[in-house]
Design a protein around this ligand. Sequence first.
Ligand SMILES: [Zn+2]
Length: 380
Amino acid sequence: MKKQLNSVFTITHKDRRTKARIGVLHTKKGSVETPFFMPVSTKGAAKFINSKKIEELGAVATISNAFILSLRPGTKLINKLGGLGKFMNFSGVNFTDSGGFQMYSKSIYLSSNEKGVNFRNPISGEKIFMTPEKDMEIQLEIGSDVAMCLDRMPLYEDSKKEIENSVELTTIWAKRCKKHHDMLQSRIPHGRRQLLFGITQGGIHSDLRKQSIKQLLDLDFDGYSIGGFGMGETFKEEMKIVKAQKLLFPENKPIYLMGIGTPSEILEAISYGVDIFDSRLPTMNARHGELFTSIGKMKILNKKYENDKSPIDKNCNCFVCKNYSKAYVRFLLKEEESVGKELASYHNLYYLQNLIKEAKEHIKKGKFIEFKNKIKRVYK
Ligand SMILES: [Zn+2]
């Protein structure tokens, strides 16, 4: 594929009946095809899955948390060792989140205002004041390929007034992030720059979401993230907003729906034109025995699988399904053995990678709706 250095995103296929599309995201590390799902590597590794396994299961990108990495081992060390991609030896694209997501944690998040955010260092207990400018410096020093703006993420239970305030702060910080990021990268040739995505907020309120997008579009980010989901809202609430929001973004910008990772949600969002996903849930649920299969969700800790010699999913080609039985994976998970957690997590991530691969094939064949409906039927 021809590398287009001056364009961040190229659309290569469009579905005729939905807004689903296949594209290419061009980053300083290389170009990767969308849509894609990113395993979450908060501290530079996914839980029980190392970076080589992430590559092996077919993921082209992963997302880490710049704020957490800045606390330990620190940005200087990562920078000295060649940046995050080299440090964790991942050949795909490295995204970093800003730390906005940490605002869900009452033990880390203290307060925020126009100037920035007060966090408590979970390691030392010290107070940290994070400004949008500092956040950009951290992400650049870590050397990720795609950075996120510092955003003020509201909680699902917050009042509309509180969510409105978070939208305002998110916009103020986004302006400062963009200005500082542009300044820091002004001497770097276009194709070698770190990309910066703006994050939109607004909870499940259509008017606030619309306001958030309008304000961020003026800043012309490389891509846009839809933030604040996966926090307790229903599938219907979430998808109504995603569908309406997607229509407000320019066609030529990559769109990243943050924190979403069930098969039905991913395919529904792809049908609205979303390009990028991440979620901790596929691995977290796997560790608790909830597995994705071609016939729907399976609770492998169920007693009925105690003597089951068959693989987790006979239609899955992952190394777990080729080599191990349900009974074995179930036993290891019950014993809380780390290998059990690894096998279950690997299978779930592989399932999602394969799901998106198949979704792309169906987009190309003009059969995406049929594929989406088939999967939605088994994941009711
Ligand atoms: Zn499998």
